[in-house]
Every structure is written in structure tokens, then in C-alpha cells.
Design a protein around this ligand. Structure first.
Ligand code: SF4
Length: 395
């Protein structure tokens, strides 16, 4: 069975008018992976290294060259997103440099530009540099507003720093997402909902709620003696989260994401809907021109490849309609809006639609999905089992 691609998350609405083949009708997404963190959180499995002056210079020089190479492939970008690592590991001056080169290569007219920041790095100087560059949205990695839980995760910030970072971002006029985590070691249901309620009192525009996953060989995984999970506890926390947010007027648009109207993350929606995106920086993934691939997860190897004029040196896969149709369903179903089956078939007519429609019917038959007005949506139970439901579409 083909593996579900990693490093891609979830669509909201597949009914958009992309031409067959998932072309660039709306512009692609531009992702930049800033691979620096001063310290490693205990649950982290992302590619990142400690920033030094030499590494930072190597990164910025190479990303500038890579942006030039990428601009030839996708001359018009609609959204940008910087993640990592943490972009806040760069100084305000270096953020301004990165911002200028993104603007130069983005072809103008970014409708949304998000930067992830840790609370400790969201200084006034950095936020002002981002504002000046044209960034519209910041995503703050709060994770929890309880100090003892942050310590258990190996996070080096305090709840107070999170609140202050939020205030500074708001003052400068950014749309703000708060990233939170649940199912933390020792965290009770009431503690989680208390945490969530406290975050909502800040009045963010968007909330992402992630269930802690224990990635193999992370410090937390080793400390807890392996990848132990408690599916029943996790399901209970998912349901409690959805109810809690819904009761307070928050609209869920994807399993882990909630937004005030108009504040859904357009960049992620494009990725999840099998649009096109280009990733810059070590370990960044891309999907464009019917090719999916990723950069080397190693700063030096990536920079050397860029020097040779090469991108996407790892896992290059040609994308045909069959693969894109499967992925559009797998990722599309995680969105509350579900998938427009006829629209997706028009986009990817070469998919094995007899098999895919039979799988959709089977999901409806066992209560994991439902169809209405031409759209296939997961039920509440189906959303709890979204990975298993999605796997039904894989050959
Ligand atoms: S800030 Fe993010 S990327 Fe950096 S160590 Fe923590 S989890 Fe990993």
C-alpha cells in the first residue's frame, strides 16, 4: 500500500475551480523552513539545528539562491508561510532580509503571509520587522498556559511570555493563531479545558489544537519509555475539545483547526486541497508541476545542492491523477466541509473512480462518513478515525 504523504495536512473545500491537473490558477503557496532552534523541545522530531552566525549566513544565502530557482517554477504565489524550527531564531535584521527576498520572488500580491514564532522569540523588534516586510499573520507556539506542563515538554518559555507575545502581535495588527497541545503527560481533561479557556480569553483569530504525538527517539518518547498512547483518553479529549470550542461559537474547519469567520489559514487549505506549493530550506517539501519531493534534511547538504542549482533532491515522485485523486480524498475528508466528489473527479479524471466511490460508499455504510449535496464528509465518529478512514482510499 502506498504511504500517506507526510508533511502535508488538510483541505477544506475541494470544489474550487482548479483546472484539471491542479494548476496554478490561484497561485501557489510558498513555504520557508527556517531550521533553527536555540534548544530542542523534548517532543520535537522536526529538522532543526542550533543557530550560529555561520549557519545563519549559509541559510540566508542559500535560501536566496533557492528562491530564485523556485520562482522559475511558480512565478505567482498567493500565500507564504514560514515555519521551522523557529523563524524567531533569526534576528530582526535577518528576518527583514528573508522578508525582502520572499517579496522579491513572490511575484507580488500575497493574500496571506504567516510566520510561526515561539513566545520567547516574539520580541517587538522582530514583530516590527515582520510587519514592515508585509507579514499578515503570526502563529504563536503557546502549547500550554500551565508552567509545569511546559516544563514537562521541555519548552523554555513561560505562560507569561505567551500572553505578552500575543499582546505585542495584536498591538501591531497581526491576525493571530495560537497553537495548543493536549494529551500532555499528567494533564487531566479539566486542566486541558481550563488551558483552552484561558487561551480563548486572549481572543485569538484562529486556534490550532494538536494531540501530543510521541515521535520515536525524541527526548519525551525516551523519557516515557516508548510511544505509549491511550486511544480512549485521546478520543475523549478530541471530543471534549470540539464541544468546548463549538459551545463558545468557534467554527471547526479541520480536525485540529478552528477559526473566526474569514480567518481560516488559506496557505494550509491550498496544501490540503492538493494545490501547489514550493518549499524552501532544508527538509522543506514541495508539490508543483506534477512532481512531489523534498529538500535534504541537512543544512549543509541542502545548501550544497542549491549551489549546484538543484532542488527537491529527496523522494521525487511524479504525480498522476490516480495519486492526486487519492490524496485529495484522504486530506479533503479531514475538513469539516468534506469533499466535492464530482468536482474532484473533474480535476483528476484519471483516478480509479470506481474503486474510490466504492470506498466512499463503504465509509458511509459503516457510519464513518455521510454524503449530502454531492459532498462526502466524515461524521463525528469518522473524524476520530480519520487516518483509518483515509487509508480506505489507498490502493
Ligand atoms: S520550537 Fe518547534 S521546531 Fe524548535 S525544538 Fe521546539 S518543537 Fe522543535
Amino acid at each position: 500500500m502506498r504511504r500517506i504523504p507526510v508533511n502535508m495536512s488538510i483541505p477544506q473545500d475541494n470544489s474550487r475551480d482548479n483546472p484539471p491537473g491542479g494548476g496554478l490558477s490561484r497561485g501557489a503557496g510558498l513555504y520557508v523552513h527556517v531550521p533553527f532552534c536555540a534548544t530542542r523541545c523534548d517532543f520535537c522530531a522536526f529538522y532543526q539545528v542550533a543557530p550560529t552566525v555561520a549557519r545563519t549566513r549559509l541559510f540566508l544565502d542559500a535560501v536566496e539562491r533557492e528562491a530564485g530557482l523556485a520562482a522559475r517554477d511558480a512565478p505567482r504565489f498567493a500565500t507564504a508561510f514560514w515555519g521551522g524550527g523557529t523563524p524567531g531564531a533569526l534576528s530582526a535584521a535577518n528576518l527583514a532580509r528573508l522578508g525582502a527576498l520572499v517579496k522579491k520572488n513572490a511575484g507580488g500580491g500575497l493574500s496571506e503571509w504567516t510566520v510561526e514564532l515561539t513566545p520567547a522569540s516574539a520580541s517587538e523588534a522582530r514583530l516590527e520587522a515582520l510587519r514592515e516586510a508585509g507579514v499578515t499573520r503570526v502563529s504563536i507556539g503557546v502549547q500550554s498556559l500551565r508552567g509545569e506542563l511546559l516544563e514537562k515538554l521541555g519548552r523554555r518559555h513561560t505562560p507569561r511570555q505567551s500572553v505578552e507575545a500575543f499582546g505585542r502581535a495584536r498591538k501591531l495588527g497581526f491576525a493571530v493563531n495560537i497553537d495548543l497541545m493536549f494529551a500532555l503527560p499528567g494533564q487531566s481533561r479539566d486542566e486541558w479545558l481550563g488551558d483552552l479557556g484561558e487561551a480563548l480569553r486572549l481572543e485569538p483569530d484562529h486556534v490550532s489544537t494538536y494531540c501530543l504525538t510521541l515521535e520515536e527517539d525524541t527526548a519525551l518518547w525516551l523519557r516515557l519509555g516508548g510511544g505509549r498512547t491511550d486511544p480512549e483518553r485521546e478520543a475523549d479529549l478530541y471530543l471534549a475539545t470540539w464541544d468546548f470550542l463549538e459551545e463558545r461559537g468557534w467554527r471547526q474547519y479541520e480536525i485540529s483547526n478552528f477559526a473566526r469567520p474569514g480567518f481560516e489559514c488559506a496557505h494550509n487549505l491550498n496544501t490540503w486541497a492538493m494545490g501547489e506549493w514550493i518549499g524552501l530550506g532544508p527538509s522543506a517539501a514541495s508539490q508543483h508541476g506534477r512532481v512531489r519531493g523534498s529538500n535534504a534534511a541537512d543544512l549543509d547538504a541542502w545548501a550544497a545542492a542549491v549551489d549546484r542549482g538543484e532542488r527537491l533532491t529527496g523522494g521525487r515522485t511524479a504525480l498522476d491523477d490516480a495519486t492526486l485523486a487519492e490524496d485529495a480524498l484522504i486530506f479533503g475528508l479531514r475538513a469539516n466541509a468534506g469533499v466535492d466528489l464530482a468536482g474532484t473527479q473533474r480535476r483528476f479524471p484519471g483516478g480509479d473512480w470506481e474503486r474510490l466511490r466504492a470506498a466512499a460508499d463503504a465509509l458511509c455504510g459503516n457510519g464513518l462518513a455521510e454524503q449530502a449535496a454531492g459532498r462526502l464528509r466524515l461524521t463525528r465518529r469518522g473524524r476520530l478515525l480519520a487516518d483509518a478512514a483515509g487509508a480506505e482510499f489507498l490502493k
